[in-house]
Design a protein around this ligand. Structure first.
Ligand SMILES: CC(C)(COP(=O)(O)OP(=O)(O)OC[C@H]1O[C@@H](n2cnc3c(N)ncnc32)[C@H](O)[C@@H]1OP(=O)(O)O)[C@@H](O)C(=O)NCCC(=O)NCCS
Length: 202
């Protein structure tokens, strides 16, 4: 599936990653090890690979069977992060999982919540998915703020769920279904109309 389109709001633009993005992504990933390492998925039993090219190739290949969508996040035309849609299931499940990171250079400017909102709206309104899930380590306070800002609903905890930074880590599970956001998630975020949610930490 060749996809070339952009999802934009203000300075933030998301587009499907291409192999030619590997150089700029490699620079960002290798240049920000301390920032990314605590939250990076690792492969149990295998050394951590920094082969960004082959990782990207694997993500782009998911477009072929429509099981995933790798986006790059640009801010003012410069690649500053990634948002990957994974585990896309259609039919009676119609669900997907979103993962994301941005460079410290643009952190704190709402780039991640804007990106998640743009893609969630796209998945629900254009692709026709019913549910979007985000999994976050309880220790990741910055990412939990993204969840809070967008009003993703807490669903529970999966213990030792994903291998991150060298070990199996618990994850909080959050989700939204299409009928919870008829007005669009970006729209209600921008209008500051996100209803307060009950979370384990509040
Ligand atoms: C989590 C992450 C994606 C948030 O992206 P973002 O675009 O900065 O999101 P926001 O602008 O909404 O900021 C979210 C929170 O990050 C924290 N933050 C802001 N600027 C920061 C900075 N310069 N350094 C560290 N944390 C910062 C704040 O707690 C902020 O919440 P606030 O707006 O209530 O103060 C980003 O910090 C990141 O990529 N971290 C490393 C990878 C990662 O954790 N990915 C998510 C895995 S689930």
């Amino acid at each position: 599936m060749a996809l070339s389109f952009a999802l934009t709001h203000g300075d933030v633009k998301l587009r499907i990653a291409k192999m030619r993005d590997s150089k700029s992504l490699e620079k960002l990933i290798l240049g920000n090890r301390a920032w990314l390492r605590p939250w990076e998925a690792t492969n149990p039993g295998a050394p951590n690979s920094f082969d960004v090219r082959s990782q990207l190739r694997g993500l782009i290949r998911q477009l072929d069977d429509e099981s995933g969508m790798p986006f790059v996040i640009e801010v003012q035309g410069v690649v500053q992060g990634q948002l990957n849609v994974a585990n896309i299931l259609y039919g009676s499940v119609s669900s997907a999982v979103i993962g994301y990171w941005v460079s410290p250079e643009v952190a704190g400017r709402g780039v991640a919540p804007t990106s998640v909102a743009l893609v969630t709206d796209y998945l629900m309104n254009q692709v026709g998915l019913h549910r979007v899930e985000i999994d976050v380590r309880p220790e990741n306070t910055a990412s939990l703020r993204v969840i809070e800002k967008l009003g993703f609903r807490y669903e529970g905890i999966k213990q030792r769920y994903i291998h991150i930074n060298g070990d199996w880590r618990d994850h909080y599970i959050f989700a939204l279904t299409a009928e919870e956001v008829p007005e669009g998630i970006l729209n209600r975020f921008l209008r500051k109309q996100v209803p307060p949610q009950k979370y384990p930490w509040n």
